[in-house]
Design a protein around this ligand. Structure first.
Ligand code: AMP
Ligand code: ZN
Length: 463
């Protein structure tokens, strides 16, 4: 029985799909005005953990994610860089997908771009106006929060105490500022050629309506799990509930899954504070180490990031690799009850801990105990090939969730890798340092091969 904390009820609850078979999940995706930082990527990795774990436990999953490719920031940045909005956002959307790939995050079953769903958003806004939940002004269409009686139920705002009737035209604002929010922003000169025609005047959608429209369109009126970072609880998800439920007349999201922030020296990692890293800054580290680091804290706790913690995670991953390599080298022989029992108990512990609100710190502690015991057995010669296969099969199964183990070891380079290494060596000898460095980065980034130049030639290793 999988139990997860639900932000709506503030309780840990048994989580099942409404239809008993397939979890319908909607996760808020990136705003593509820059590279994602590793704080954003922590959130996406934790959503990936849940996605993979539900599959591991035998459920089907349909996961939809949006890409915000029109908002204040994307418009401003694309202008600054002299690029058309579409070209600009396509570049960062591409980089985002590459980051997901590097981190071994499963691609969403459906990735939806906001600008491709404008008619759906217009349809909902029109219906909200017709039903009296929204009203028109000169600068756009606004949602009237006092018309939605349950406004504040997710973030636990007490509406009576709030000053209603105020309006905000920005997508993100502080909790004590609960106000009518923009569903549609009327065109202004600074938007340039970014606008869409609509019955209520040309303009562009607000951020919140985007997620209501896309989740309803691709998952229907009942969504099992909706995820995002904790900063999205208010106003984004509160507003999403108000829009979707006023539109459908019923509850839409059954379970709200919010993960906590990656912080640096006590402050949230964010673009505005400038305290962030992207994957490009961490190319010397294995992305498996970063994944492991993300799992070292519970998803509802903040995780304090430091290079040191990443280095330590790297050492642990190296230890995992040595363990797998050791197992691959066991001498011939059958399995034993003792080894089978060890694998069985370790898997039961893995399931118990993840079933319990995805308790990754306890799960990792259990895994370390497993390694200690397995190493003892291996060192005393009690694990032969048959037993090693059982242990490897266990690691392979849990790795379908964790993605932190490397199960294939090869001390040979593939043909393509060999070609790149040789080209790079040639460039280096010819003192074409630019090319040599580009090839070195390519090997590191795409093949996770690190090259070191030493007095007697270069050495390579997989990281
Ligand atoms: P954005 O691209 O800013 O819309 O953010 C994408 C996702 O990253 C959202 O789910 C945010 O809640 C999440 N997020 C933003 N900053 C952090 C952080 N420092 N740590 C973890 N998640 C974050
Ligand atoms: Zn969203």
């Amino acid at each position: 029985m999988i139990r997860l904390y639900n932000t709506l009820s503030r309780k840990i609850e048994e989580t099942t799909p409404a239809d008993g078979k397939e979890f319908k999940i909607y996760n808020c995706g990136p705003t593509v005005y820059d590279y994602a930082h590793i704080g954003n990527l922590r959130t996406f990795t934790l959503q990936d953990l849940l996605n993979r774990y539900l599959r591991f436990r035998g459920f089907k999953v349909k996961m939809v994610m949006n890409v915000t490719d029109v908002d204040d920031k994307t418009i401003k940045r694309s202008k600054e860089q002299g690029m058309k909005l579409k070209e600009f956002t396509a570049k960062y959307a591409q980089e985002f997908l590459a980051d997901l790939d590097s981190l071994g995050i499963l691609k969403p079953d459906k990735l939806v771009y906001a600008t491709q769903e404008i008619p759906e958003m217009i349809k909902i806004i029109e219906a909200l106006i017709d039903k009296g939940f929204a009203y028109k002004t000169d600068d756009g269409v606004y949602f009237d929060i006092k018309k939605f009686r349950e406004y504040g139920k997710l973030s636990k705002l007490k509406l009576k105490k709030l000053k209603t009737g105020a309006r905000v035209n920005v997508d993100s604002y502080e909790k004590n500022n609960a106000s009518d929010f923009a569903l549609w922003k009327a065109w202004q000169e600074s938007d340039g050629e970014v606008f869409w025609p609509a019955p209520f005047g040309k303009g562009r959608p607000g951020w919140h309506i985007e997620c209501s429209a896309m989740s309803l369109e691709y998952l229907g009126k009942v969504i099992d799990i909706h995820g995002g970072g904790v900063d999205l609880v208010f106003p984004h998800h509160e507003n999403e509930i108000a829009q979707s439920e006023s539109f459908t007349g019923s509850h839409v999201v059954r379970h709200w899954f919010h993960s906590n922030h990656l912080i640096v020296e006590g402050r949230k990692m964010s673009k505005s504070l400038g305290n962030y890293y992207t994957l490009r800054d961490l190319q010397d580290y294995s992305t498996r180490a970063l994944r492991l680091l993300f799992f070292s804290a519970h998803y509802r706790d903040e995780l304090d990031f430091s290079m040191r913690s990443l280095e330590n995670a790297g050492k642990t991953v190296k230890g995992f690799d040595e363990f797998v390599q050791k197992l691959s080298g066991c001498k011939a022989g059958g399995t034993t009850l003792e080894v089978e029992q060890l694998a069985k108990e370790a898997e039961a512990g893995f399931v118990e801990n993840l079933d319990n609100d995805l308790d990754t710190p306890l799960m990792l502690a259990g895994l370390h105990a497993f390694f200690r015991n397995a190493n003892k057995l291996i060192d005393s010669g009690k694990v032969t090939l048959g037993g090693a296969k059982k242990l490897l099969a266990f690691i392979e199964r849990i790795n379908s969730v964790l993605g932190v183990f490397r199960l294939e070891f090869s001390d040979k380079l593939s043909k393509e890798e060999e070609k790149l290494v040789n080209e790079r060596e040639k460039a280096r000898k010819e003192k074409d340092y630019k090319k040599s460095d580009e090839l070195r980065q390519k090997l590191l980034k795409e093949h996770k091969i690190q090259l070191d130049d030493t007095a007697d030639g270069f050495r390579w290793k997989r990281i």
